[in-house]
Design a binder for this molecule. Sequence first.
Ligand code: ZN
Length: 254
Amino acid sequence: MENEITSTITIESPLEGEWKFLCPPGHHPNAFDFVKTSSNHNSTHKKRIINFLFGQIDSSDYYCWGKPVLSPVNGKVIRSCDGWKDHKYTNLWKAISIWYNATYKFRPKEKNGRLDVRPNAGNHVMIETNDGHIVFLAHLKNGSTLVKEGQRVEVGEKIGVVGNSGNSTAPHLHINIFDQMEDPYKAKVLPFVFKQYETLNKNNIWEKNNSSVPVVGSFVKFGRITNKVRLCEQSEPQSEPSVGQARRRCSALL
Ligand SMILES: [Zn+2]
């Protein structure tokens, strides 16, 4: 299950394990969100839907809350913006209010000579690849960013954790790639592909995919990156496998 998008920009995944791949309404078609679901893939949180409609669900009740976010590319950090509070909970009314404010009220303000987009992007990191593309990772948890501007990062390096900051109606990770950031108002959202991932097919079997983008709405699985090697696991590991073990598992899946 993969889209027919072709792009010269190939990245690794910014996440590990199983995720649902989304492009919600209002998103640029080349911008995506990841959420994590229960093992039966029925829910993104541990509560009942009635809590969302008539009560509230804490951000920490979402399966993706606090999961590591990794650099999907080798490059240089050009933005690392933290200090924006997470939404502590979600519910229908809060979601509507966040969406309304982000759509109709929020306008980026200049701060220290550049735009402060945290009311929309929340805590975020931008990484400039060696080809000059800008990878944008948004809505990170307040206080979680681990990288500094000007610092070089490598594929698989932890840069923060999934949060619920900014224009975010529930915890998730947003990713897209801009062509440049010198003039943010003119930045284009570029297509890109993931180097490798698996998707769950109709028969509930994980299928391997390369250099493509998953179908929106599908369940995807990413291996772990350790010592710059992508480890393809059949399930969440209980203990750290050696690189040799992991390579054998990877080749078994090819
Ligand atoms: Zn998004």
